[in-house]
Design a protein around this ligand. Sequence first.
Ligand code: PLP
Length: 382
Amino acid sequence: MDDLLRRLREEEFPIVEHCVYLNHAGVGPMSRRSASRMRMLAEWVSCSGDRHWLERQQEAERVRGLAAQLLGAREVHEVAFIENTSSGLSLMAEGLDWKPGDNVVGADFEFPSNIYPWMNLAARGVEFRRAPERDGRIDPEELLALIDERTRMLALSWVQYASGFRSDLARLGRACRERGVLFVVDVIQGLGALPIDVEAEFVDVAVASSHKWLLGAEGIGVLYVSDRVVEQVRPVRAGWRSVRELFQWADFDLTWGEGAKRFESGSLNVYGIVALGGALEILLEAGAGRIEPHVLALAERGAQGFRDLGFEIVSSRAAGETSGIVTAVPPDGRDAAEIAKQLNARNVVLAARAGRLRISPHLYNTEEEIDRCFEVLAECLD
Ligand SMILES: Cc1ncc(COP(=O)(O)O)c(C=O)c1O
């Protein structure tokens, strides 16, 4: 672990004093900085009401800029604040002018947030086509083969929550762009741990909540909608923040706000936003170039730990397909959820998903913590 990551571990992550925390694919812990910003804002508002409201809006704009930087967005207004990933995806699903017979292509075995918005379009005559998970992978060729002349959208998680499989965004995005298909990516299981460049990787829409790898709070996230496609998505929610002239309350001019900001219909979750601001500062200070190799090295150490104990690794270990998530099936038909519970009781926190044990380390975790996790796991299996 290099000096900067070690300093961040010591200064910003009090959780390391309580447990070995390897569940960032579930809920990441807030840093000291984020927690104190949120606390301070609550205290401040309790004494001032709306007297400093404008300053909160200015802070939100600063945080929007940090989010745009992390995503590689060309314009800051391409980023909207959103309450969670599911609602961002739903807004995209509902806002397109679908015609009966259109289809959406995606993957099977996704988190429900990436299934239900598209299933829900069946009522509008839209077919949802899914590529299966095979050996822990979503084969890009199989996915692209589902696209035909009626495909309007490819909607996919960047990193799969139950396998950790990382899709090659640039490859899929380029294929979508060539075919005139909208590329909508749930980036929640990668953003904050892995580098992304939405422009270079042909991503049209990206959405993530902040409570996993972004190390922010629950109930606040970011929605990137490229200027290239924003006019194709009708805002299905409209309110005072949806329009260009936010403060002309008597004119009723429904001219949509700039870029993705039109999807923010009302008051922002400023408490979540200040926490997210603290988190983004830390992630940008550390830099994706430092975080990714650290996280991937810890994940690989975890994969070896699983192998040594006779687990069957689900997660692809091929270059370019790995992420911060490693999942494995326990030996001898043992119950993953039961094992996770036993580990938790011994202050090693990971998760069980779909019968698989899942570890998901982040920038402040150490090799020693991974080793400790597998020591305790070995004892649980005895
Ligand atoms: C891939 C993926 N998308 C979405 C979600 C849910 O996000 P939210 O609760 O912010 O809608 C999760 C949560 O585990 C997830 O793994």
